[in-house]
Design a binder for this molecule. Structure first.
Ligand code: MTE
Length: 866
């Protein structure tokens, strides 16, 4: 007889935690009470290793994902359900890569080496506040393994959104998944902190940093302490350590309750005498009374504070899987019957005791067969994935069940729909009518699959599809059907056809605004700092909402420069849409709109000859970091392929974006030092501004210094108003001028754009332009690109004159001393016709140089600041 042990549980015993994907080892030494083959084991799982292109420009660029998952809220944050059919085919347990995901924001980046020291605190109304690290959570407490179905409270919300848009985004009926979770009971952990007598709630907080604070919620303390409710902390899912999207390394799992209570990336358990005051506990996971409209809910906060409307236990629910949406059946070639199949679940540990099917509009019902795979674990005694399976004594049901019913083909031919409803052991039954509510949660009316006939072929339609326009509900709504008439929008016998209800359009435009914006203006103005985007042909400036946006700044930044109509309209509520006039800045003309749409349709995966894209982020890879000095590096980025050119005009820059330690994007502009026509790679000169005891370090440079080789780096550009066309031809803000000399003034890393232009001039021996470079630094070792620029001066002293000046020079320095001051500028940068002053350096230096030179007679149009 076989038993299962799991490889990485063993090192824990030997006090060493090996954090790698576990493998299952079947041994034949111990004799368990039952055969392992009696219980459902996880389906074969293939952990994704590739970060998908769409994720590369987001704070989740460290999370490899399965491309089959259907994204419900655009690219980021990551909210997905698997295709219903794929989920069902997995069987009772779902592979982690197909498990639905609900993330309110970025996934915390937790490195393997940090996991053993991941800490959670148990605080609040406890006698003995505790901080436990990950090792202690595994070593000090008994571990259990249990199958649990997690369900998002938004499962089936698309149906509500079709009746009337709620404040929530659409889910189909695959917003649920099942796994074997392993970890300690939360009760054991709380008990070791000794909750005080007046303690009533356990608040949980995750590590994900969101616009309204960390994600958090609470459950009642007595539920957490009740072994029947099985509330646990989990570090494994189907025997593997948790994947990043599912709370790696540690999460709460609250069986039988809405998924929103199962806090991921768990950092805190706070015992209190009142429910959580976390923003997400108050403003999420509620079923407000049906008459509360989005406007009422937004204007009166009391609706949200009323604990009666908070939802905990799941309600009873079901869905048809077969027939699938849009499946067809030819009765002439089908067998005698068709087996209708699907799933059902209930909440609070209650069992689904019946699933009923009607094919005559609910007049009569027949009982479906129910298969409760969860029961198979009740007889199993032994360890699974390092946790004890201990279910024989508890009679609660925390998993979905499958139902099926065979219906004869002639009966199906005579029916117009298949209706399904489930009832749980408390006799709660799915209602016929939808209970619409402002957050669209817990939607559980009878699941209805329509049957239409064309040329004798039967076609089945589900109510909805999560993201595309498909399913009978939209069809009925479009043809004017009233989805709330108790007859699924169809006319009752003898009833006159109804006038289609006028669709209530939310005005997203500013009254009286009459400004046309063309593609050029849109393109020139849209940046990450000032994200302009288009919805339904109207241009919006999201800058003022970067801080307050509930989905985080990143979701607006990702929209910059794009037509995001589809995603925007799919995701946003009536309330959100009603806020749009405040951000409306104009209307895009039709031809620009066409260009923008075509621009969007280019595939991110195509092989492109030029790397940089002005309106979207492209991904380079950190290839090499060469130490030039203790604080300066040449950072080499690998472009998408060997033959790819960067695509940067001389004198321009591009933005690079990387996540900081808390996963927020840092964006800075760089001018490379490599030749702009170099193929396949690009080199940046980066001076690291390390933190000192008094000054914080440079955000970008310190993060870049720590970034491991192989990391993805987002790039976007070119940017800049200046371009050197060669032979003294200069383009400034699109206007060309001819010059005979450049006066170049720089300091520190300000040399980089200057260096680009200088090199272009000197390398072209036919170019008659002369260049004077004043390069100010503190010490000799701070002079960047020195050998190259001195080399230019040595090789062509007629066209290139370089003066270094040092403010903190050592005694051995024989060159110029002091800052770039009036005397130096007078001597080398006297006003000249057909000349331009290029300046790049610390702001104080730039300002003083401009003041001095203006006094000397240089005109404003002669300056260019990089
Ligand atoms: N925990 C944190 N820290 N952050 C979150 O965004 N989402 C919650 C819950 N726990 C969330 C969280 C919601 S609403 C659901 S439905 C479940 O996680 C989803 O869990 P899953 O993504 O592992 O399927």
């Amino acid at each position: 007889m076989a038993t299962i042990t799991e490889v990485w549980t063993e090192p824990i015993v030997s006090k060493e935690i090996v954090l790698k994907t576990s493998t299952i080892k079947v041994e034949s030494t111990e004799v368990p009470a039952n055969d392992i083959s009696d219980i459902p084991l996880p389906p074969p799982s293939k952990q994704p290793t590739q970060v998908l292109n769409v994720d590369k420009g987001t704070p989740d660029s460290h999370v490899p994902r399965d491309p089959r998952l259907i994204r419900l809220t655009g690219v980021h944050p990551f909210n997905v359900e698997p295709p219903l059919i794929d989920l069902f085919k997995e069987g009772f347990l779902t592979s982690p890569e197909l498990f639905y995901v609900r993330n309110h924001g970025p996934v915390p980046h937790v490195r393997d080496e940090d996991i053993p020291n991941w800490e959670i605190s148990i605080e609040g109304l406890v006698e003995k506040p505790l901080v436990l690290n990950f090792r202690e959570v595994l070593q000090r407490y008994d571990q259990i393994t249990a199958p649990i179905t997690l369900v998002c409270a938004g499962n089936r919300r698309k149906e509500q959104n079709i009746v009337r848009k709620t404040k929530g985004f659409s889910w189909g009926s695959a917003g649920l998944s099942t796994a074997l979770f392993t970890g300690p009971l939360m009760a054991d952990i709380l008990r070791s902190a000794k909750p005080l007598r007046r303690a009533k709630y356990v608040c949980m907080e995750g590590a994900d940093k969101l616009p309204n604070g960390h994600y958090g919620t609470s459950v009642k303390l007595n539920w957490a302490m009740d072994p029947n409710r099985g509330i646990m902390l989990a570090h494994k899912m189907n025997g593997e350590s948790l994947r990043p999207d599912h709370g790696r390394p540690l999460r709460a799992v609250v069986p039988g309750q809405i998924g929103g209570r199962s806090v991921k990336w768990l950092k805190k358990l706070i015992v209190t005498d009142v429910p959580s005051d976390n923003w997400y506990h108050i403003n999420d996971n509620r079923v407000l009374p049906t008459m509360v409209s989005p406007e009422m809910a937004s204007s009166d906060p009391n609706w949200w504070r009323d604990e009666r409307y908070a939802i905990y236990d799941l309600n009873v629910n079901s869905s048809v899987v077969y027939p699938q949406n849009n499946e067809t059946l030819d009765p002439s070639s089908a067998g005698p019957s068709y087996t209708v199949k699907g799933y059902a679940y209930a909440g609070g540990g209650r069992r689904v005791n019946r699933v009923e099917i009607s094919i005559d509009k609910g007049k009569t019902w027949r009982l479906a067969e129910i298969e409760y795979a969860e029961d198979k674990y009740r007889d199993f005694e032994g360890d699974l994935f390092g946790g004890k399976v201990d279910m024989f004594w508890r009679e609660t049901c925390f998993c979905w069940c499958f139902w099926s019913l065979s219906i004869s083909i002639p009966e199906l031919e005579g029916a117009d729909a298949i209706l399904v409803r489930a009832m749980d052991e408390s006799l709660a039954i799915q209602p016929r009518d939808m209970y619409w509510s402002v957050l669209g949660m817990m939607n559980n009316p009878w699941f209805r699959v329509t049957i239409t006939k064309e040329n004798g072929i039967l076609k089945f339609e589900h109510p909805t599809h999560p993201t595309i326009s498909s399913g009978w509900m939209e069809r009925v709504k479009k043809s004017g059907g009233d989805l709330t008439n108790g007859n699924w929008g169809e006319r009752h016998e003898g009833e006159e056809p109804a006038e289609p209800e006028p669709v209530q359009e939310i005005n997203m435009k500013k009254d009286g605004l009459n400004r046309t914006i063309d593609i050029r203006e849109f393109k020139d103005n849209s940046s990450n700092e000032k994200p302009w985007f288009v919805v339904n042909g109207e241009v919006y400036d999201g800058t003022a909402f970067l801080e307050g946006h509930p989905g985080g700044a990143q979701s607006i930044i990702s929209s910059a420069g794009l037509d995001v109509s589809e995603d925007f309209l799919a995701i946003h509520s009536e309330t959100a849409k009603a806020m749009m006039p405040d951000y409306h800045i104009g209307t895009m003309d039709q031809s620009s709109l066409k260009v923008l749409k075509e621009d969007k349709s280019t595939s991110p995966d195509e092989v492109r000859s030029v790397f940089l894209q002005p309106r979207s982020w492209t991904t380079a890879t950190l290839k090499e970091k060469i130490n030039v000095s203790w604080d300066t590096r040449i950072v080499k980025l690998q472009l998408e392929h060997e033959d790819q050119a960067l695509g940067l005009p001389i004198g321009q820059h591009f933005m690079i974006k990387i996540p900081d330690t808390s996963n927020e994007a840092i964006i800075r502009s760089y001018t490379p030092i490599s030749e702009t026509n170099q193929k396949g790679t690009v080199d940046l000169l980066v001076k690291i501004y390390f933190a000192t005891s008094t000054v914080a370090g440079g955000k970008m440079t310190t993060a870049l210094d720590k970034l491991p080789l192989g990391s993805a780096i987002q790039c976007k550009g070119p940017t800049g108003r200046f371009e050197y066309l060669g032979n003294g031809r200069v383009l400034v803000s699109g206007k060309e001028r001819q010059i005979r000399s450049f006066k170049m003034i720089c300091g520190g890393t300000g040399i980089t754009p200057i260096f680009q232009v200088l090199r272009a001039v000197i390398q072209d021996q036919q170019d008659p332009t002369s260049c004077t470079v004043l390069d100010g630094n503190r010490q000799e070792e701070d002079i960047l690109c020195r050998s190259e620029i001195d080399g230019f001066a040595a090789s062509d002293s007629k066209r290139c004159n370089v003066i270094h000046t040092l403010s903190k020079a050592s005694e051995s320095w024989t060159g110029r001393r002091g800052r770039i001051d009036e005397a130096l500028l007078k001597e080398h940068v006297a006003p000249e016709d057909e000349s331009m002053v290029l300046i790049c350096g610390p702001p104080a230096m730039e300002k003083s140089a401009q003041e001095i030179l203006s006094k000397q007679g240089w005109k404003e149009s002669d300056f260019h600041f990089f």
